[in-house]
Design a protein around this ligand. Structure first.
Ligand code: OAD
Length: 254
């Protein structure tokens, strides 16, 4: 955990923010039991590289393997609860004039925690769509969890293609509306807090760069140095589930 002086310094910066943007990655959900992407995977999937599974080419090559991996992750997400890091961000929203969360996570935990302005840059693992986008992009399909296989990708009900999760895969574009809102708020925020991301996947990794170029103060929360740490004005080293509650307490003692 960072010392109290650094937490107080970050709290003073946040307390002056008019528009606070919080940009989150897999690290914020780790304490909810959801594995990150670039740290060691455990168990069944330890021998697979997530980047090898999260592409349209992988789905074409081995559809059921990709489907099973996402169903495994979806099960983890369904069992998971928001952790103190997510909940601290809900409290923080009431303490600043405007706060927007830009998340690379597909687990929906910010919304489940109660945050009200969340931009999901990489989609949501609980939604499904036709791989062929047969009725336009995206062709969303309601799927009853009780009625589908966890091992075999279900067929699209409208065409002869298959269903896939409504997440962004490598080589695919991010949803246009989410991406343009993200860059708009990054350009206009006065403070950006970057939490739990390795900061190497584009275009999300450019958001702090844009914010900093436009004069925002950058605060980073991460137990380890990341690709973005060089840019940070204040680096709060530690797990989000401990650092974020401490930061919010410093702003607004309970
Ligand atoms: P990564 O797995 O690349 O990075 C996770 C980051 O979280 C690392 O910097 C860890 O040090 C940090 N971390 C670990 N535990 C933490 C904790 N308790 N509190 C705070 N931070 C912690 O995940 P992302 O940067 O989110 O994209 O990955 C970005 C994208 O790459 C994902 O959205 C996904 C992936 O491939 C797509 O699938 C398109």
């Amino acid at each position: 955990m960072p010392d109290q002086k650094l937490i107080s310094e970050a709290a003073a910066v946040v307390s002056k923010a008019q528009v606070l943007v919080v940009s989150t990655g897999a690290g914020i959900s780790k304490e909810s039991g959801i594995p990150t992407f670039r740290e060691a995977q455990t168990g069944l999937w330890s021998r697979y590289d997530p980047e090898q599974l999260a592409t349209p080419q992988a789905f074409l090559r081995n559809r059921d393997l990709v489907w099973s991996w996402y169903m495994y992750r979806l099960d983890l997400v369904r069992q998971a609860q928001p952790n103190p890091g997510h909940l601290a961000l809900v409290r923080l929203e009431d303490l600043v004039p405007q706060m927007v969360i830009l998340t690379q996570n597909v687990d929906g935990l910010h919304v489940r925690a109660g945050s009200t302005d969340v931009v999901e840059l990489h989609g949501n693992i609980s939604r499904f769509k036709c791989f062929a986008a047969c009725r336009g992009k995206p062709t969303l399909v309601d799927l009853d969890p009780a009625s589908y296989s966890k091992e075999i990708a279900p067929p699209c009900p409208y065409c002869n293609s298959y269903l896939r999760p409504d997440v962004v895969w490598f080589t695919e574009n991010l949803p246009t509306a989410a991406l343009s809102r993200a860059f708009r708020v990054a350009e206009h925020c006065d403070v950006m807090m970057v939490v739990g991301t390795s900061g190497i996947v584009q275009p999300a990794a450019s958001l702090p760069v844009v914010a900093k170029q436009r004069g925002a103060i950058l605060i980073e929360v991460n137990p380890r140095v990341s690709g973005l740490s060089g840019l940070a004005d204040i680096f709060l080293q530690g797990p989000a589930g401990e650092v974020l509650p401490a930061l919010v307490d410093a702003l607004h003692p309970a």
